[in-house]
Design a protein around this ligand. Structure first.
Ligand code: CP
Ligand code: NVA
Length: 300
């Protein structure tokens, strides 16, 4: 069977995406019941992190252990990755030793190059352009709370970044309406937006985008690698803060999500992220269950 990679959500069909969500919910139940389920016994996942991580690292590592396997953490500081060994060479070497590779890095081309040379599944653990693993967890969380997302309206407020692009991809596969409100100069990539067709609408006003929405999502204003722009971005993005006033414009039963880490008082206020409408802790936990479904799909 041909190897499958998971570099963007578009590596899945709509049916496969929905099946992964259903499977994540089943795997969560198995884990909560304390049942041992080890479909990846003796399998090893290599994890290359060129950027920091709490959730992605712990969820992949814990998931592999729960599945009877093991995960190896590789940082650029303590591997040859950081000393300029070619991606193609690293991909070929790791392919001979482990059963899957997760990569968190900067340019999206890097994970594509990994996948070209690897003979085992490659998983995108976040690039500058996409964060597909997070969307598996977000869509699982929506389904657990509200059922199917098809036909619903999601408002993404803030930077047109990797999270925003993955929301566009999810909207295409799961057929929901996505309204994106971003400041001028920080809109998502036009080509990615165009792929979404009629489902995607761009706004300059956060209030207009949120009015009547079923789900409100935001992310940090300065992503990893943009630390030097943080001060300038804080000023530009100030009108895009998700606060109680903005949330009040959404449907009364609207949910709030944020991939975390969050900066309270910047992109979101405490009274929103710590409110009843916020499902961020389920969303974070579901990284574990959703990625276990992904690991089983790609590696079992
Ligand atoms: N949401 C997310 O990917 O978190 P980490 O950066 O902690 O992995
Ligand atoms: N957009 C953020 C997501 C962090 C999980 C970043 O890339 O830093």
């Amino acid at each position: 069977m041909a190897i499958r990679h998971f570099l963007t959500l578009q590596d899945l069909s709509s049916d496969e995406f929905r099946q992964l969500i259903d499977r994540a919910i089943e795997l969560k139940a198995i884990q909560k019941e304390g049942r041992i389920f080890e479909p990846l016994k003796n399998k090893v996942l290599g994890m290359i992190f060129e950027k920091s991580s709490t959730r992605t690292r712990v969820s992949f590592e814990a998931g592999m252990i729960q599945f009877g396997g093991h995960a190896i953490f590789l940082s650029p500081d303590h591997s040859q990755v950081g000393r300029g060994e070619e991606i193609a060479d690293t991909a070929r070497v790791l392919s001979g030793m482990v059963d899957g590779i997760m990569v968190r890095t900067f340019e999206h081309d890097i994970v594509e190059e990994f996948a070209r040379y690897a003979t085992i599944p490659v998983i995108n653990g976040l690039t500058d352009t996409y964060h597909p693993c997070q969307l598996l967890a977000d869509m699982q969380t929506w389904q657990e709370h509200r059922g199917s997302i098809a036909g619903r309206t999601v408002a993404y407020i803030g930077d047109g970044n990797n999270m925003c692009h993955s929301y566009i991809n999810a909207a295409i596969l799961l057929d929901f309406h996505l309204r994106i409100a971003s400041p001028k100069g920080y809109m998502p990539d036009q080509e990615i937006v165009a792929r979404g067709g009629e489902r995607i609408k761009l706004y300059s006003s956060a209030a207009e985008a949120v009015t009547g929405a079923d789900l409100v999502v935001t992310d940090v204003w300065a992503s990893m690698g943009q630390e030097e722009e943080a001060e300038e971005r804080a000023k530009t993005f100030a009108p895009y803060q998700v606060n109680a006033g903005l949330m009040a414009l959404a449907k009364p039963d609207a949910l709030f999500m944020h991939c975390l880490p969050a900066h309270r008082g910047e992109e979101v206020t405490s009274d929103v992220i710590d409110s009843e409408q916020s499902v961020v802790w389920d969303e974070a936990e579901n990284r574990l269950h959703a990625q276990k479904a992904l690991l089983e799909f790609l590696m079992a």
